[in-house]
Design a protein. Structure first.
Length: 318
C-alpha cells in the first residue's frame, strides 16, 4: 500500500490563483493523497471555491476558520492530518504534476524528509525538472549543505514524515516562519534525502505575498528567525564535532541582506539597525567558507564600506 500524503493548502485572498494551485494538486499522477484546504477567513470568494472542491473530489477536506495567518492555518490542519507524510503548498503556487510520483520511492524507504528545489516564476511556462542527483544525507550533512545554498529553508520544498511534527508547530504571529521552524524539525529527523529536481513553482507575481514587501515587521521577524536558526544549527553541528564555518558565513551574508532591507524600508528602528550591524561585525568569518556563499559580495561590500553607499545611490537614481 502506497503512503498517504496529506497536502495542506492555506487559503487567503487568492481567488485568482487557487484554480491553478488545485489543478496541480488534484491532478498529481500519484493518487493516494488527502488535501486539506484551510480557509483562513478569506473575505473573497475563496470559501465557496474551497467548498466546491470538497464536493467534486472526496480527497478534499475544508476547514473554515477566522483569519490567523499562515502559521495558524498550517497548525490547524496539522492537528487533523491522517497521512503518513505531510506536504505544504501555498495557494498562489503550484506543482509539477508528477511531484509525488517522483518522490514516491523515497517515501517508501521511510525517509524523515524528502527535499527538492523550487523555481521562481512571474509567468506560467513549462519548467525542466533538471537532474535528480539524489543525495542520502544525515541531518548534519543536510544542514551544512543548506547553509551553502544547495537546499533552501522553505517547508514547501519538502515532504515530511508526519512524526517529524511531533510536539512541533509553526510559531504564530511570526513572518519568516519557515526559517524559524526548520531547526526544530531537524531535531526530529535522522534520515533525509536531497534532490536537485525542480518540482515546486513559486509565484512571484503576487504582490500581496508577505515576503515580497519590506516592512519593519518583516525585517524584525527575519532578524529573529535568522538568529534562531543560526544559533541552533551552529550548536547542532558543533555538539557533534562538525565544522560550522559555513553557517557563520551564511549568517554574515544574511545580516548584510537585512542591512540592505533596512536601508530600503521607509520605517526605521535605530536599535534594530544597530543590532544588525553588530551581528555583521562581531565575529571573524572564514573567507574560504564565505566565498562559497552565493551572495557573498554583499558582505564584502559592507566590510569595505561601500554597501550602504551603493544602496543609497541606487535609490537617488530611481
Amino acid at each position: 500500500m502506497s503512503k498517504l500524503v496529506s497536502i495542506i493548502v492555506p487559503v487567503y485572498k487568492v481567488e485568482q490563483y487557487l484554480k491553478r494551485c488545485m489543478d496541480s494538486v488534484l491532478n498529481q499522477t500519484y493518487k493516494n493523497i488527502e488535501v486539506i484546504l484551510v480557509n483562513d477567513g478569506s473575505p473573497d470568494n475563496c470559501p465557496a471555491l474551497c467548498d466546491e472542491y470538497a464536493k467534486i473530489d472526496s480527497r478534499v477536506r475544508v476547514i473554515h476558520k477566522e483569519n490567523g495567518g499562515l502559521s495558524s492555518a498550517r497548525n490547524v490542519a496539522l492537528d487533523t492530518v491522517k497521512g503518513d507524510y505531510v506536504f505544504f503548498v501555498d495557494s498562489d503556487d503550484w506543482l509539477a504534476l508528477d511531484t509525488l510520483e517522483v518522490v514516491e520511492e523515497y517515501l517508501e524507504k521511510d525517509y524523515d524528509m524528502v527535499s527538492f528545489q523550487r523555481t521562481y516564476l512571474t509567468e506560467e511556462k513549462v519548467v525542466e525538472k533538471g537532474n535528480e542527483n539524489a543525495k542520502d544525507l544525515d541531518v548534519s550533512q543536510y544542514i551544512d549543505a543548506s547553509f551553502l545554498g544547495q537546499y533552501d529553508f522553505f517547508v514547501t520544498t519538502k515532504i515530511f514524515k508526519i512524526e517529524v511534527f511531533n510536539n512541533v508547530r509553526f510559531l504564530e504571529g511570526r513572518n519568516y516562519e519557515d526559517l524559524e521552524i526548520m531547526h526544530r524539525l531537524f531535531l526530529n529527523m535522522k534520515k533525509v534525502v536531497g534532490l536537485d529536481y525542480f518540482l515546486y513553482y513559486y509565484w512571484k507575481g503576487n504582490e500581496g505575498a508577505i515576503t515580497n514587501t519590506i516592512t519593519m515587521k518583516n525585517i524584525k521577524d527575519h532578524y529573529l528567525s535568522a538568529n534562531e536558526i543560526y544559533q541552533a544549527c551552529r550548536k547542532y553541528l558543533e555538539d557533534r564535532g562538525k565544522d560550522s564555518s559555513n553557517i557563520v558565513a551564511w549568517y554574515k551574508v544574511e545580516m548584510s541582506q537585512l542591512y540592505i532591507d533596512y536601508l530600503k524600508s521607509t520605517d526605521k528602528d535605530a536599535e534594530l539597525f544597530s543590532k544588525i550591524k553588530r551581528q555583521i561585525s562581531k565575529e571573524k568569518v572564514n573567507y574560504n567558507s564565505l566565498f562559497k556563499q552565493p551572495r557573498h559580495l554583499k558582505y564584502i561590500l559592507y566590510k569595505i564600506g561601500l554597501l550602504g553607499i551603493i544602496i543609497r545611490v541606487k535609490y537617488l537614481l530611481k
